[in-house]
Ligand binder design. Structure first.
Ligand code: IPE
Ligand code: IPE
Ligand code: MG
Length: 242
């Protein structure tokens, strides 16, 4: 049992995941790409529930990047349809597990019906006090930094008053701890414009597993790998330096 090996004193507070490999999962089965996205929903469900049960404080899933608009219109509309369906079918589970749902990204550029669905889920779960579940939608790390700079200017922040902590308070993730663990599925060694500011000191874990195959066991394996890492934040390990 993998969960027995987990050290609950050393849990990552915030886990961020780049859910990648849906297209390849479908291609391996000679199916259209959208079938990979459809299958990916089960992985989302499993991951959200497992993370909540493990007591993770924040889980952030990358569902759609600003750059993903480059994809064929039919693929994009299926992704949006699946998102809507997921929200409708999972709202009850989110509420039962006391999970608070939030969207990070340029939500205003999404279709009105999607925005309505997202707002409904955010409002219904607003008072939940358990895990915070961020979904990154129409999200770009650079766009987020630009948006934060705009907000800081609008708020009349003077150059001398701006520091890293202040700047963070204008990001989409204001008030949240930075990711401790960044997971990417399907083996790609890149961050693809994800949480650029926040992952400054995140531990990176890349697995060959394709997103639709990702389950509780894979999340536990990532957490166990994380717990073996030595985090330094630019300093030295005091125990070893002696
Ligand atoms: C990730 O899977 C899902 C989204 C980006 C929405 P991909 O669709 O990127 O799958 P691959 O990378 O082509 O296999
Ligand atoms: C990153 O995956 C975006 C999401 C998971 C939503 P991509 O598949 O879009 O990233 P690249 O194109 O391989 O860098
Ligand atoms: Mg991909």
């Amino acid at each position: 049992m993998l969960v027995r090996q987990v050290n609950f004193e050393r849990m990552p507070e915030h886990i961020a995941i780049i859910m990648d490999g849906n297209g390849r999962w479908a291609a391996q089965r000679h199916l259209p790409r959208v079938e990979g996205h459809r299958a990916g929903i089960d992985a989302v469900r499993d991951t959200v529930e497992t993370a909540a049960r493990l007591g993770i404080k924040v889980l952030t899933l990358y569902a759609f990047s600003i750059e993903n608009w480059k994809r064929p219109a039919a693929e994009i509309s299926t992704l949006m349809m699946l998102l809507k369906r997921y929200l409708r079918s999972e709202l009850k589970t989110l509420l039962t597990n006391d999970i608070r749902f939030r969207v990070i990204g340029r939500m205003d550029d999404l279709a009105d019906d999607i925005q309505d669905e997202l707002r409904a889920a955010m409002n219904r779960t607003a008072d939940d006090t358990g895990m915070l579940f961020n979904i990154a939608l129409n999200y770009g790390g650079r766009a987020e930094i630009v948006d934060a700079a705009r907000l800081a200017i609008e708020a009349g922040i003077r150059p001398d008053d701006l520091d890293e902590q202040k700047f963070s308070s204008f990001l989409y993730t204001a008030g949240q701890p930075d990711p401790d663990l960044l997971i990417r599925t399907s083996g790609e060694m890149r961050v693809s414009n994800y949480l650029l500011w926040q992952i400054a000191y995140a531990e990176i874990y890349v697995t060959e597993t394709l997103w639709p195959d990702f389950r509780r066991r894979h999340l536990l394996e990532a957490v166990l790998a994380y717990q073996k890492r030595e985090r330094r934040y630019g300093g030295i390990n005091i125990a070893r330096a002696k």
